[in-house]
Design a protein around this ligand. Structure first.
Ligand code: HEC
Length: 159
């Protein structure tokens, strides 16, 4: 064996030895953090996993007396029809279409409106509440009470 071969072999063995050393260190570290099969059934881990993967909503199947008591329908406060501001309802909801005649909405006070008004308030109110062609029920605001729609129609008729 020549000298160069000798040096090469020494260095090569040194490199191999270092690599083996690193591998052993890695194995030891990995062993410390590895999840053993026992951990998979560790109750606290399982609950944690279940908590984190809960569905967003669930159906409530148990109804207690207390639930029934709190869920009892609350009678809506009687609304004094006179207290409803038809003009305000018209301005915030109906005028969106009716002020400019969007999609053929009759403009209060116009000839077209007069034709509608001739049908009588009862039918106008019925159509305003239930919708008519491009006119959405309650002008698209289903949260409005019938009384509010009636007040708005009356406001429109008064123009
Ligand atoms: C999205 C637009 C839009 C909104 C908002 C809207 N309307 Fe209309 N409305 C229309 C259109 C379009 C018509 C015409 C429908 C037709 O005859 O084809 C109409 C027609 C009417 C008529 C006449 C119905 C009839 O029998 O001829 C009344 C009354 C009326 N609207 C009341 C209201 C009231 C009250 C509101 C607010 C609560 C309202 N509208 C909000 C579009 C709208």
């Amino acid at each position: 064996m020549s000298d160069t071969d000798d040096i090469f072999l020494k260095r090569f063995s040194l490199v191999i030895a270092i690599l083996v050393g690193i591998a052993i260190v890695c194995l030891v570290i990995a062993g410390r953090y590895a999840v053993s099969p026992d951990d998979a059934v560790n109750p606290s881990r399982v609950t944690l996993a279940n908590d984190r993967t809960l569905p967003v909503g669930a159906v409530r199947t148990e109804i207690t007396e207390a639930d029934l008591a709190t869920a009892a329908p609350v009678a809506p406060e009687p609304v004094d029809p006179a207290s409803i501001d038809g003009a305000a309802v018209y301005t915030t909801v109906c005028s969106m279409c009716h002020a400019a005649g969007v999609a053929g909405a009759p403009i209060p006070g116009s000839d077209l409106w007069a034709e509608r008004a001739a049908k009588g308030e009862e039918e106008l109110v019925h159509n305003a509440i239930n919708g008519l062609n491009a006119m959405p029920p309650k002008g698209g605001r289903l949260d409005l009470s019938d009384a509010e729609v009636i007040a708005a129609v009356e406001h429109m008729l008064a123009q």
